[in-house]
Design a protein around this ligand. Structure first.
Ligand code: AHM
Ligand code: MG
Length: 335
């Protein structure tokens, strides 16, 4: 029994990657090292968040606006820098693209051998920070393709099917890391006494149906009629419960474990919704598909959507397969 529990205590994300892939597989060592660096980024961000209000630079805005015209929070910048710093001198990742950066960031010293690209949302749901509610980080790993110096990063502007791994960190009551390299979805909890992420649950499967629906109903009058019809249907049908936390990672985590659906439809103001394909929708779509669920733009799988630009947005309907199919039926006018 002791051996079993020690084995479990030593199951960090880097080691888990080696267990999942054959250790001699071409990418195994690289992906294991990448996961180790992401875990370090998560710990740095988690530590910073946990001292909000007592150290400088956690709460509030920087006074600047990002590429998409949104006000930048101090934590957005800190977390973005953390991801860049942990991959310096890694020889792994040549380029990083994030929600907070206009163009991809190059790490020239890694480029001769760096074979991967990291796409990430450093702090997702950052409006939650100032009130001490959960936020997250989202990431995806792709094989480096094309010319390193192509600043427009055409090779990154490709469907989510190109992802070889994806995951998120949830900074909640505890800090969790959830990832997949295409063989199941696995979660880890940060043990603060050890400073390590330790395996919590392997091969997570989303329930086929769930009663939770998660959507910002403040946008009701901005939606197209089919979405309004769906939400009216939910209101008059027993068995549904609304849950919306303002941070996608937290809302998604609940649905992954307990079933249901998260919706961010297009609206009059934002016809493609708010969430970004490459940093938010595609990584979570990768996870949900590997957990037996579905993610849809309303008309096709998120992972098959062909982007035309780096910071592109799409509507998002993600969660239990039966719930997603039902929303699609409403959108097609045949519920
Ligand atoms: P952010 O990455 O700029 O923080 O924006 C994404 C967040 C999601 O976490 C969340 O689901 C959504 O925005 C909430 O938006 P809204 O306030 O419109 O409901
Ligand atoms: Mg985000």
């Amino acid at each position: 029994a002791q051996e079993h529990s020690l084995n479990r205590d030593c199951m960090t994300p880097s080691r888990h990657v080696l267990q999942e892939l054959n250790s001699f597989a071409p990418h195994a060592q690289d992906l294991s090292a990448i996961m180790g660096r992401i875990a370090l980024a998560a710990k740095l961000i988690s530590r910073h968040l946990s001292r909000a209000g007592i150290i400088e630079g956690v709460l509030g805005f920087t006074g600047e606006r990002n590429v998409q015209g949104e006000s930048v929070k101090k934590m957005d910048l800190y977390a973005n820098d953390v991801f860049i710093q942990v991959f310096k001198q890694s020889g792994l990742v040549c380029r990083l693209a994030s929600e907070e950066m206009d163009e991809p960031y190059y790490i020239p010293e890694n480029c001769p051998i760096g074979r991967y690209t990291l796409l990430f949302d450093p702090i997702d749901g950052s409006s939650n920070i100032d009130t001490n509610l959960n936020v997250g980080s989202i990431f995806a790993i792709r094989q480096q393709e094309g010319d390193d110096l192509d600043r427009r990063a055409r090779d990154l502007v490709q469907p989510g099917r190109k992802q070889i791994a994806a995951g998120y960190v949830l900074y909640g009551a505890s800090t969790m890391l959830v990832y997949s390299i295409g063989s199941g979805v696995h979660s880890f909890t940060l043990d603060p006494s050890l400073g390590e992420f330790i395996l919590a649950q392997e091969n997570i499967q989303v329930p086929a149906w769930g009663g939770v629906y998660s959507v910002n109903e403040g946008n009701f009058w901005q939606w197209d009629e089919p979405i309004r019809e769906y939400v009216r249907y939910v209101h008059r049908t027993p068995g549904y419960s609304a849950r919306y936390g303002g941070a996608l990672v937290g809302d998604f985590h609940r649905i992954l474990l307990q079933g249901g659906i998260f919706l961010y439809p297009g609206s009059v103001e934002k016809p493609h919704g708010k969430l970004r394909l490459l940093y938010e929708n595609a990584p979570l779509a990768f996870l949900i598909e590997h957990a037996g669920g579905r993610a849809s733009t309303g008309t096709r799988a998120i992972l098959d959507h062909e982007p035309t630009e780096l910071h592109e947005r799409t509507p998002l309907f993600i969660g239990s397969p039966d719930n997603v199919a039902q929303v699609e039926a409403f959108l097609q006018g045949k519920p």
